[in-house]
Design a protein around this ligand. Structure first.
Ligand SMILES: Nc1ncnc2c1ncn2[C@@H]1O[C@H](COP(=O)(O)OP(=O)(O)O)[C@@H](O)[C@H]1O
Ligand SMILES: CC(=O)N[C@@H](CCC(=O)OP(=O)(O)O)C(=O)O
Length: 291
């Protein structure tokens, strides 16, 4: 018997039932990357997905980056910007721009898109309510520590303000800027910040949205996406990874080793990728699970 369109839609809804049951009340930390937020329709789709998760009874938390947006602003201001070991060398002058773009621009954009659907999103900086406390981080180049300016390594997470927002039925949207006990502000890679928060919140899932399908087995060849990895398998692969994938896969490993049962890297260029991952039997992207 052929299914009518309406019946096929009902089948799709029913496919989601076991996942709705399983993830009811689950905290999901979603890292939204700058390269996955370039197109307006994708940004709108992302906001719809987050609101859908909220209405479906999950507790979504968004931690965002904005690397390309920071680079554009620095270029416009004539401030040179370089990366060492995947991290932006952040002078005090650049730090002001990083803070302005992440907390003042990208954060506001995401909050605005989510709040088209209701009074849900509340924007925060990682500096607020001592959410992220960081110390100065050095990059390792050929095993030697190199000064990369005001780049931070998170040493403490106080998730109370985020938990209060979640308990109040809100969707926290958080920029990856941290404060230091030394009075400085620090630029933290957003993948790293999302993982630290997922561990502190005892989240059920960390989802990292990016601009590739997942972790490719033989990068730069993009034919073979690894769909499932244990933490031990990922730890063994880490030294072979390059560029942007290093902080992303490190974040998945930190999260899973810190007690988060599942960490995923998904393609943010696919519309509604969040819903596909959470509510379909196939899932998409790369999933990391405990060994
Ligand atoms: N093994 C790999 N699998 C997938 N992508 C990889 C791999 N190694 C390096 N990359 C690169 O990492 C990039 C993702 O990192 P990045 O550009 O920092 O993303 P985002 O802005 O989403 O944080 C991909 O676009 C790809 O060019
Ligand atoms: C230290 C460091 O490199 N910080 C990042 C923070 C933003 C970020 O991580 O943005 P994406 O997720 O879009 O890459 C930066 O300055 O670009």
């Amino acid at each position: 018997m052929r299914l009518t369109t309406a019946q096929a839609k009902a089948e799709s809804l029913i496919e989601a039932l076991p996942w709705l049951t399983r993830f009811h009340g689950a905290t999901v930390v979603i890292k939204y990357g700058g390269n996955a937020m370039t197109e307006e329709s994708l940004k709108e789709g992302f906001a719809e997905d987050v609101v859908f998760l909220h209405h479906a009874g999950l507790r979504p938390v968004v931690v965002h980056g904005g690397g390309p947006q920071i680079s554009t602003a620095l270029d416009q201001l004539g401030i040179e910007s370089t990366f060492t070991a995947g991290l932006r060398v952040t002078t005090p002058e650049a730090m002001q721009v990083v803070r302005m773009v992440l907390t003042g621009q990208v954060n506001r954009d995401i909050v605005g898109l989510v709040n088209r659907h209701g009074p849900f999103a509340v924007g925060m900086s990682g500096e607020d309510a001592h959410l992220f406390t960081a110390v100065r981080k050095h990059a390792l180049v050929d095993g030697e520590p190199v000064d990369i300016g005001q780049v931070g390594e998170i040493i403490k997470v106080e998730p109370g303000a985020v938990e209060a927002l979640l308990d109040n039925g809100r969707i926290p949207v958080i920029s990856s800027v941290a404060r230091g006990d030394d009075g400085e502000i620090y630029n933290v890679n957003a993948d790293t910040a999302a993982a630290a928060l997922a561990v502190a919140l005892k989240a059920h899932k960390l989802i990292v949205l990016t601009d590739v399908e997942g972790l490719y087995a033989n990068w730069p060849d993009d034919t073979d996406v690894i769909d499932l990895l244990t933490a031990d398998e990922l730890a063994a692969l880490m030294p072979t990874l390059s560029s942007g994938m290093v902080p992303k896969m490190e974040a998945c490993l930190t999260a899973v080793q810190g007690g988060v049962p599942q960490a995923h890297v998904l393609d943010g260029r696919v519309s509604h990728s969040l819903l596909l991952e959470i509510f379909t039997n196939e899932g998409i992207g790369t999933m990391v699970v405990p060994s």
